[in-house]
Design a protein around this ligand. Sequence first.
Ligand code: GLU
Length: 184
Amino acid sequence: MCGIVGYIGTQAASGILLEGLKKLEYRGYDSAGIATIFEGEIHCVRAKGKLRNLQDKLEGLDSPARVGIGHTRWATHGKPEEHNAHPHMDTACRIAVVQNGIVENYRELREELKAKGHTFRSETDTEVIPHLIAELMQNPVEDDQSLAHQSLFLQAVKQAVNRLDGAFALAVVSADYPDELIAV
Ligand code: GLU
C-alpha cells in the first residue's frame, strides 16, 4: 500500500511533504517522489528505494515552493524503477498527479491518448491521468453548466475522473493553477 500527501499554504512545501511521506513509511513502498510548483514550473524529484534516496536528491535545493504533492509507491503496474515512480506528468509537464490504487481501464485510455499525440514516459496505469486531464483542459468533452463556476483545471479533473474505472485516491497540481491542490 502506498501513500499520498499534499500541501498548500504559506510554508515551504518540500520539507512538509517529506515529513508526511515519512509518516507513511510503515505502509511499505519501493520508490518515492514529490512535485512542487514554483515560478510557474513543476519541479518533480523521484527516487527508487528508501526515502533517504529522495531526501538526498532534495538536499540543498531549498525550494521556496508553497504547494506540492508527494507519494510513496507500491508498484502494481510497471516495475519499481525511477521512471515509474510518482508524481507523473502530462506531455508538457504542466500537470502532476500521484495515485494510490489502480486505474483498470488504463490500456484503452493510453491508446486513445497516444493517438491524440500525448507522449508517455512510464509503464504505469497512473500516467494516463495527467495526460487525460491535459487533453480535457484543451478539449472539454461536454458543456456542463454545473461546473461552470469552477476553474478549468478542476472541471478537467472531474471530467477525467468520470472516465477512470477502478478504486483510487489522487492528488493533482497544475503549474497553471498554483493556488489549487485537488484531492480525489
Ligand atoms: N497503480 C499505481 C502504480 O503502480 C499506484 C500503486 C500504488 O498505490 O502505490 O504506480
